[in-house]
Design a protein around this ligand. Structure first.
Ligand code: 5GP
Ligand code: ZN
Length: 114
């Protein structure tokens, strides 16, 4: 728990969010500024700054986060496809320093990203 971290405060319930999925290791909730009809964030309950801060010890957690993104995509009926994105660091466009996976779907997504 990092007091200054927005997503830690969402995990604490200090800031309201719309829950999509929750378990002992992760939490998924709707993005406040959706960039697609489905835009969900999947975050670990343990604070990790970014993907760049993970180590080999986080392999199982990263697998779990990815598996849950896939499970949520199925529940959201994204059978036509979807995208899982992890913006990392300044050049990666990361604005919240608590590791999160974006699950985007429900429309045809452009490539390459900006
Ligand atoms: P990043 O830019 O770090 O990859 O993604 C951060 C995401 O968090 C953005 O898509 C942004 O819309 C979302 N976000 C920022 N503040 C809040 C908030 O207070 N609540 C929710 N649900 N999402 C937020
Ligand atoms: Zn945090």
């Amino acid at each position: 728990m990092v007091m200054s971290c927005l997503f830690c405060r969402i995990l604490q319930g200090d800031i309201p969010s719309h829950a999509v999925y929750s378990d002992e290791r992760c939490y998924a909730f709707s993005d406040i500024h959706p960039q697609a009809p489905v835009h969900i964030l999947i975050i670990p309950r343990r604070h990790i700054d970014s993907l760049d801060q993970t180590t080999a010890e986080d392999t199982a957690l990263l697998g779990h986060l990815t598996a849950m993104a896939t499970q949520i995509a199925r529940e959201q009926k994204l059978a036509n496809g979807y995208r899982v994105v992890v913006n990392t660091g300044e050049d990666g466009g990361q604005t919240v320093s608590h590791l999160h996976l974006h699950l985007l779907g429900g429309r045809s997504l452009n490539w390459p990203p900006g």
